[in-house]
Design a protein around this ligand. Sequence first.
Ligand code: DMJ
Length: 350
Amino acid sequence: MGLTEEFNEGKEWIKNELVFTKNKDVNFFEVTIRVLGSLLTNYHFTGDDMFLNKAKDLGMRLMTAFSSPSGIPYSDVNLEARTAHVPEWSHYSSTAEVSTVQLEFRELSRATNIPSFEDAAALVSQKIHQLPKKNGLVPIFINPNTGHFLPHATITLGARGDSYYEYLLKQWLQTGKSIDYLRDDYLTAIEGVRDLLAKRSNPKKRLFIGELTAGSEFNKQAFNAKMDHLTCFLPGTLALGNANGLPDWHMDMAEDLIHTCYLTYAVHPTFLAPEITHFNIGSGSEDMFTKMADAHSLLRPEFSEKPPPKDMMESFFLSETLKYLYLLYIIDLSKFVFNTEAHPLPIHKN
Ligand code: DMJ
């Protein structure tokens, strides 16, 4: 984009000001996808070792998250004290969070020639691969002490579930399509989505991806006709898989679903989609409706739109929403894979 001056300013800030010695808990996943991912991409695009040294320092501090009995990472890490723990409100980590750090840790290993980063993160994927699932679909909570899912927890392609599916496909691509179980688990999961979660609303038969809401031993998980904005990552993921030889019906589903995602914006006078959309599978006259509590837009990147007035901005608005719009036209997707925060990482032979 020719923003050389701005880039140099940012680089100087990273070099002189960015330190990881704050005695404060941070979220392991968010720091990995946003900070570690961006340092690695900057290293690859500039060849400047400063970025790699920062990434290595951060990576070594983040590694403490894997120190649980099962190797499934804790959600919170203190980067200075190098301690890690579960969130205050739970004994569990989010499934999407523990399964969405593998692109970054693998790339850190490949760039530094230190295998332990990749080994720790890949072990998490291997352990999840071995756990029982429902048609390839995963509950949204996992216990770092036992290594097991929370029984009967919600199954969703929205919050806490989404990028588990994204990283199955992208890890397979990152490693030159050499790890079969990642592709196979992805294919099984997409069949599970089709068979258990994909439904059509009334009266206009819009395709949407619903959820199986948490149940109990005696009370089965129930279908909930609700779709998070986050779920609109799926059409792009399905298209990426199809472009890499996965079934054509994935692309049909992608086209159908992206139209519904578009409508979640287009049906509103503001042309902004809510955080959550509910679908009518009964006899009402409107296909979609929004509850008051969900009637806000966070400027998420899964679909792009304009900012409403609020004195707060998520880093994903610049780092993903706007960036995807630009980069999708200039990055060769046969050479790079985007991490879940829009940082392109190189695809390897294996
Ligand atoms: C992003 O920070 C990442 O894509 C994450 O995996 C889930 N979605 C948010 C933005 O919506």
